[in-house]
Design a protein around this ligand. Structure first.
Ligand code: ADP
Ligand code: ZN
Ligand code: ZN
Length: 744
């Protein structure tokens, strides 16, 4: 016998509660996750509708007490149903529970925060009214009388005015409603996080390259289209033209933009063309606000949703187009379970709706470019800037040579010269540090001791020169004066952080006004935006920052970009390190010379011969790609191979070891039983994860690779079952990460 787990009326019910029903004989074929069914509910067996979220052979409770599904609701497929199917796809392909997948896909209504406006209106004519007035007077029903008289005068009043100002209880209102005298109507008030919107006349006329791409995409039978176009080549204009076409067909569009690039500048471009058809979500919205935006989309009151990764789940009913700008960005992959990739989800949604996906980037991900080369995606190239701005001139400076010449500063002679020149000419400079954090680890120069977090297997990093912080658990201590190991005074931070660069800049160029942008300075709300706009307004000469500064704003007065140490991201221990380095450097370089004056870029490095750095200096994506894809093929890495990383964690180190070995044994057993189809499978590990402990939880990692993604899904399903069925795993967690973006 088969059983269906069903949730009723999704937007009101808590998602983690499902009800189990028997699937009647003969209906097994038709009832799957996502199907809308009629079920008897509650004591009175009232017939209601619900969505099947899972079909199982395992009953959750006494089958003799379980009710039967009445039947399938057949009408047009409601959006919830499609989203449940999507949740199912995500659960299946990335590994998670159905509940985790549902919560990812369907925004949960937050009861407390939803705003409703209730109004009370008079529901009877004047003649009837005077009858009631007499009756209430006789009965001395003063509250009712007061309410009625006010309504006679105003006809409609806000609910809260009646309760608060007229002092009438909600019970009285209810009684009067039951008598048919009044009616209470409630309207939802939608919160809109965007202020100052105005639609302006649209004036840009697409150039012939843009027009051609728009036409080709419109006429193509392919689902996915990749636009490889340098920064400023006019991709955004192409997106907007495509959206315009989709709206005219009565369909909707989703635009994904990395959170960091979702600036006022970008948003306003969409507003000035599409006005209030546009809605925005971002991670700063409250849950209630996000829910409201999604409701607007569901009701068709907005047609374009712009936002970061999770905007891909906007419940449009007639989705025609999904744009993914900066498609190479790592943030499109979820870092939480289910670890889905928005690009893949976009393709799924587009196929389901017969819509299209348009990916755009100046430095496409190796994955997408590979698919485009294979013909799976259509490929378009935009090689010139839309406004006649010239590409910048790039210099690569070898830091080893600088040191040989006796230059011990952070700035190569070339960069130093150019900075001075720009300061004199009153043009702006961006200095970019190719790493996420601050200064590097703190260690003893005498004995080599590294200050580590006592709860995590990571070094502590220095903040504001006096505290050490763990970026994984926030453990904080003050910086010791002497080495805890050998007592030496020479304990110091290694590496180059934004703070150190800022200090160095201030020392070398005391006349310059300097702004710094990193995690520390952007912590406050809008911190990010404030720094960028003050720089755009010319309030500083030099902006020092991490990769945050290379995205978003267009600074027309920036004519010099310096990359202080280009190599940092090369040392990351994962197969995408070169790709990320190339992308960051190319983007940083693309920041120079966005205005009329030509820009210059200085890339400082210890590895001038590294192919990613060489290709970035030449701004040559194809050269980079050809080299990189050879390496991926040779090493059997994505996109040539599919890969899943299993992160296995536990507080108990011994138990973790045992559990990991068991997972390995169980995988091997599975492969043994399916030998004829598994010779392309590779198993690596289990081994300690890069960070082998976080917050006192131990971490192991295990990799499985295959030529076919589907086989990895099969193995995942097998392992999930083993995991569920075995007592040993009670205190162990298992997470899958398909085609991971970073090291684990
Ligand atoms: P991308 O998205 O590729 O970085 P944009 O679409 O932002 O490029 O275009 C870069 C700049 O050129 C913008 O200021 C944009 O308004 C302008 N632009 C793009 N296409 C045209 C065009 N056909 N005519 C005039 N200006 C254009
Ligand atoms: Zn020491
Ligand atoms: Zn820690």
């Amino acid at each position: 016998m088969l059983y269906a787990n069903i949730i009723v009326d999704i937007s009101h019910e808590k998602l983690d509660k499902s009800f189990q029903y028997i699937i009647p004989a003969g209906m097994e074929e038709k009832i799957r996750a996502g199907v809308m069914v009629k079920i008897p509910f509650g004591r009175g067996n009232r017939e209601i509708t619900g969505y099947v979220i899972e079909v199982t052979e395992v009953p959750q409770f006494d089958v003799s007490k379980m009710k039967h599904i009445i039947g399938i609701v057949d009408k047009s497929i409601p959006i919830e149903s499609r989203l449940i199917n999507l949740a199912w796809y995500i659960k299946e392909n990335y590994g998670s529970t159905m509940n985790q997948a549902l919560k990812t896909v369907i925004p949960v209504k937050v009861q407390t925060k939803s705003i409703e406006k209730k109004t009370v209106i008079l529901n009877i004519d004047r003649e009837k009214c005077s009858e009631y007035v007499q009756r209430f007077e006789k009965k001395h029903a003063v509250a009712r009388l007061r309410c009625l008289k006010e309504l006679l005068e105003h006809e409609r009043l806000p609910y809260n005015v009646i309760t608060e100002k007229l002092n009438i209880s909600s019970k009285t209102i209810k009684d009067m409603e039951e008598l048919g005298i009044i009616k209470v109507i409630s309207e939802k008030v939608y919160r809109n996080p965007i202020k100052n919107k105005e639609q302006r006349k649209y004036e840009i006329i697409l150039n012939r390259y843009q027009k051609k791409i728009v036409e080709q995409i419109r006429n193509s039978k392919k689902t996915v289209h990749l636009i490889h176009g340098i920064t400023g080549s006019g991709k955004t204009e192409v997106y907007m033209e495509l959206i315009d076409g989709v709206l005219k067909e009565g369909k909707e569009a989703i635009v994904l933009i990395p959170e960091i690039a979702l600036t006022y500048q970008t948003v306003i471009r969409f507003y000035s063309r599409f006005g209030d058809k546009v809605a925005i979500v971002n991670s700063k919205l409250s849950k209630g606000e996000k829910y409201d935006q999604f409701e607007l989309a569901k009701k068709g009151r907005v047609k374009i949703m712009i936002g970061p990764r999770s905007a891909i789940f906007t419940p449009f009913t007639n989705l025609g187009l999904i744009i993914i700008d900066e498609e190479h960005e790592g943030t499109y992959k979820s870092e939480n379970v289910p670890k889905y990739h928005a690009r893949e989800v976009a393709v799924y949604r587009a196929m389901e709706n017969q819509g299209k996906v348009v990916l755009g980037s100046a430095t496409p991900s190796v994955d997408s470019y590979y698919r485009a080369k294979k013909g799976e995606y259509a490929l378009y190239e935009m090689t010139e800037r839309a406004k006649a701005a010239k590409l910048p001139k790039v210099y690569v400076e070898d830091l080893r040579e600088e040191l040989k010449r006796g230059n011990k500063t952070m700035f190569s002679d070339r960069l130093n010269e150019l900075i001075k020149d720009r300061l004199k000419r009153r043009e702006q400079i961006m200095l970019f540090i190719n790493r996420r954090g601050y200064a590097g680890f703190v260690s003893c120069r005498s004995c080599g001791y590294v200050m580590k977090c006592p709860h995590c297997d990571v070094g502590l990093t220095l903040h504001n020169n006096d505290t050490l912080v763990c970026h994984y658990c926030n453990y904080t201590v003050s910086t010791p004066k002497v080495c805890p190991e050998c007592g030496s005074k020479y304990i110091a931070a290694f590496g180059t952080g934004t703070q150190k660069v800022e200090e160095a800049v201030k020392k070398m160029y005391p006349e310059a006004r300097v702004l710094r942008m990193d995690m520390d300075t952007t912590m406050a709300k809008d911190g990010h935006e404030k720094i960028l706009s003050s720089f755009a307004d010319g309030e500083a000469d030099i902006l020092v920052g991490t990769q945050m500064i290379v995205k978003g704003h267009d600074f027309s007065n920036v004519t010099l970009v310096g990359v202080i140490a280009a190599d940092m991201s090369l040392y990351a221990s994962d197969y995408r390190a070169a790709e990320r380095t190339f992308q960051l450097l190319t983007q940083a370089a693309g920041r120079a010379g966005r205005g009329e004056r030509e820009g210059e870029v200085v890339i400082q490095t210890y590895n001038p011969d590294n192919f990613a750095i060489e290709a970035a200096a030449k701004q040559d994506y194809k050269e980079f790609y050809e080299r990189e894809i050879l390496y991926r093929k040779l090493m059997e890495y994505p996109p040539c191979y599919s890969m899943t990383a299993l992160l296995i964690t536990s507080k108990d180190e011994k138990l973790l070891q045992k559990g990991s070995n068991m997972i390995k044994a169980s995988t091997e057993e599975y492969l043994g039983a399916n030998r004829e189809r598994t010779d392309d499978i590779r198993l690596i590990g289990p081994a300690k994860a890069n960070i082998s402990r976080i917050n006192d939880v131990y971490r192991m990692v295990y990799y499985i690779k295959s030529e076919e993604y589907g086989k990895l899904v099969e193995i995942k399903n097998h392992l999930e079952k083993v995991f569920k069925d075995n007592e040993l795993f009670k205190n162990i967690t298992l997470q899958f990460d398909f085609n991971p973006m970073g090291g684990i």
